[in-house]
Design a protein around this ligand. Structure first.
Ligand code: SF4
Length: 465
């Protein structure tokens, strides 16, 4: 409902635990923010891999009976928001196949930029696809591989795909984690007693009591079996391209992503934003939940008190159907409610992580004014989004991104704010505390590092909205 880039997918895997499916269920529960459309778990037991997949939230998909059927000491799981391929249970993951190398299940966080051309070649050669998901291409390449071992067949198939991928694969006796050489999407490795855990974000480890060990490295193939964990580095190192938007918005603030605390980085984004875009005001309020950490940093740095001036209703699910209503801005009011006593007569700085189309931000500004604010200054803890993402994030087309076709002054006018300030690209990269060259920031700059040309510019002028 809110105007955001959509989270992509989350993966979780565990090897060597007597309750592998139950642990995976809990891990997926912690990763639910990364995809709410479908979920699934595959588990391996005594030479057989079984899978259960369905549409909906993790808590609604799996009951005790379903989990009890997913026996075994190894499991992988997935939550999905469709990025490549249509929505529908046939595109839910893990995808399980049986082939000359035996059974294998796969789940994927990311997006393969050459999947369409590979798929066309495979179809021309007789392959039959079950889904429209880009991930299935990898399974076809794997099934056709003449390599003598499972690991060699995986390396052979994965070396043909390009783009963003953090894969988990499960056979009857091993769990394999693969991360693309650019490290677009996160993938963390941990231990739970003797068991191994691999997952998108460390918040999933926290829930089950596992300990973070390290990240699966970009370009690494990690094979976990009864013999332990073995690392293979079959791919030539590529330039790193960690998704900076994981730090800005996607990841949970209580996670460590790319080895750093998301909360700390997000707070630093707010601090630097206050230095770059300071303004005289009486109160700082976050747009919950996306702007909370940055608003705390902004308030710390500026000395302006932080207040929760907007209260979020957390129980509005994806299935909420907006009834016909004459109430103005009904959609955003269902989700956010202004606290008049904190806003009336005050000069307000409202902090959020990003502006995509601008539609929700405009309603929020009107809502705050309607609650009696004397001035509304909008501050955004990332630069203007100008380009779509091809690496596993659901984004609108370029012409729908307000930052692609409007100056900051024009956007400010559209929002109806007294002022608007974005964080600079340098400021955002500085807040990561890492080498700026290690990050993808193509949605802000158009600098796609893998497989894409920058789109021409089909601009749309608005102000009639
Ligand atoms: Fe992340 Fe943006 Fe790069 Fe996509 S384009 S991977 S959202 S930084």
């Amino acid at each position: 409902m809110l105007d955001k880039f959509k989270d992509e997918c989350g993966v979780f895997g565990i090897f060597g635990h007597p309750e592998a499916a139950n642990m995976t269920y809990l891990g997926l529960y912690a990763l639910q923010h990364r995809g709410q459309e479908s979920g699934g778990i595959a588990a391996a037991d005594r030479g057989q891999v079984r899978v259960s997949r369905a549409m909906g939230y993790v808590a609604d998909i799996f009951d005790g009976e379903t989990l009890a059927q997913l026996t075994g000491q190894a499991a992988i799981g997935h939550v999905r928001y469709s990025t490549a391929g249509a929505s529908g249970v046939m595109n839910a993951q893990p995808i399980l196949i049986d082939c000359a190398h035996g059974q294998i299940a796969i789940c994927h966080n990311g997006n393969l930029v050459n999947a369409s051309e590979l798929r066309q070649e495979l179809v021309a050669q007789g392959s039959i696809f079950q889904s429209s998901s880009d991930t299935e291409v990898v399974l076809h390449l794997y099934a056709r591989s003449k390599a003598g071992t499972v690991e060699d067949a995986i390396v052979e198939s994965v070396s043909q795909v390009q783009g963003a991928f953090s894969f988990l694969l499960l056979t009857d006796d091993r769990l394999i984690a693969v991360r693309d050489p650019h490290g677009f999407r996160p993938l963390a490795l941990g231990r739970l007693g003797e068991a191994w855990v691999v997952c998108s974000e460390t918040c999933a480890m926290d829930l089950i009591g596992a300990t973070y060990v390290r990240d699966v490295e970009p370009g690494e193939v990690l094979v976990i079996s009864a013999d332990g964990a073995r690392s293979i580095k079959p791919f030539p190192p590529g330039p790193l391209a960690h998704c900076v938007f994981e730090h800005v918005y996607f990841a949970r603030p209580d996670s460590y992503v790319f080895g750093r605390s998301v909360n700390e980085i997000r707070t630093d984004l707010g601090r630097i934003l206050a230095r770059e875009q300071g303004v005289a005001a009486d109160v700082v309020i976050p747009v919950p939940d996306s702007g909370v950490c940055a608003a705390m940093g902004f308030a710390d740095e500026s000395g302006i008190p932080l207040r929760m001036g907007l209260i979020r209703n957390h129980y509005v699910g994806r299935t909420f159907i907006q009834p016909q209503s004459s109430i103005r801005h009904f959609g955003v009011k269902v989700k956010l409610n202004p606290m008049r006593e904190m806003l009336e007569g005050r000069r307000v700085v409202v902090v959020d992580d990003s502006i995509v189309r601008g539609t929700t931000s405009r309603k929020i500004v009107r809502m705050i004014r309607g609650a009696g604010a004397r001035a509304v200054h909008v501050r955004i803890s990332s630069p203007p989004i100008q380009w779509p993402c091809y690496y596993g994030i659901d984004t609108p087309t370029r012409k729908e991104l307000i930052g692609s076709s409007h100056s900051v002054e024009e956007i400010c006018r559209y929002l109806g704010a007294d002022s608007l300030g974005y964080l600079s690209l340098d400021g955002m990269l500085k807040a990561t505390g890492s080498d700026p060259a290690n990050f993808c920031h193509a949605c802000f700059t158009g600098g796609y590092r893998v497989g894409m040309e920058s789109e021409p510019t089909p601009q749309l002028r608005l102000f009639d909205a």
